[in-house]
Design a protein around this ligand. Sequence first.
Ligand SMILES: Cc1ncc(COP(=O)(O)O)c(C=O)c1O
Length: 372
Amino acid sequence: MSKNSLKVPFVDLKTQYQDLRSELEPRLKKTIEDCHFILGESVNSFEKEFADYCGTEYAVSTSSGTAALFLALSSLGIGKGDEVITAANTFIATVLAIHYTGARPVLVDVEENTYNLDINKVKKAINKKTRAIVPVHLYGQPVDMQPLLKLAKRYRLKIVEDACQAHGAEYKGRKTGTFGDVSAFSFYPGKNLGAYGDGGMVVTNSARIKDKMLMLRDYGQKRKYQHLIKGFNARLDTIQAEILRVKLSHLDRWNESRRLSAKKYNFLLNNLDGYVITPSQIPEVKHVWHLYVIRTKKRDVLQRYLKENGIFTGIHYPIPIHLQPAFSDLGYKKGEFPVTEKVAGEILSLPMYPELRDEQIEYVVKKIEGCL
Ligand SMILES: Cc1ncc(COP(=O)(O)O)c(C=O)c1O
């Protein structure tokens, strides 16, 4: 294929499936032949393996990352009359999960260099009603957890990490998900660890939270037809657990490959200093590059140009939560979160996946150079 006619998808799940096919297909066949579709040994094993991977005592799987966040907050007893602080620049699911509990989501602006929660602004948002903070490890980069944990301790607030984009990321040598009272992951197909459908997980070191989560995700029952609380149907499909068990064994290798691609993008885009802002990393983190997000004032022109040249990109996220009609009831106004609003018009997520080849990265950067 000539360099002029390369196609670069935003993610490439088909190539990954071809690589994993021989591992996956016997497991899928067995699960279907055994007719084991809900919970059971595969789900239990995956939960144990995921908890071991993160370094927590327990993991409880759920039907999605949104369900994981919502049930995690519910397991802490958060509800009506409470306030929960999170980042203004996040996927809407973070804020929806807080809303589902009955608590009020309180948004806080992000830092201009990392796009993650600005901890100095978190402090100003704390009041008597605040019960918890939900740091979002956006794009795969951990939030600066040390000052945040200090703040949470001082004001006796719970921490629920939204690690939906940060499977395997580390902060000061510890995996994301291990800092919160309870933390949530998503296995949406395009995530660093993605199912073939929806899925999620919470991890925790608390046996009490684990027991509550097991009930909350399964109609509030501990034993069949004995409903101790009003729970939900929010279980991970058995077939997804089998897929995720296979994929978990490849996660570290895939994350390493993403890190190499990010390094190559950083190196090549360096020449465009002044036109393109490359992502910055805080010290002592192991970023897992769920997304590789650049910034440029010519974002929309660039995105169109790249598409015309067979390169597919994304925007995470084009309209901040506080400007979405769905959350107009929170009463926020335009201008309230200036960093979030500014970056929303400039950010562009370039193709990023473990199978991304060097020649594809070179082609993307060549085309960026050609446009700017
Ligand atoms: C930051 C963040 N939070 C929450 C979610 C919700 O996860 P899910 O799509 O599995 O419900 C996602 C992913 O979509 C996400 O990126």
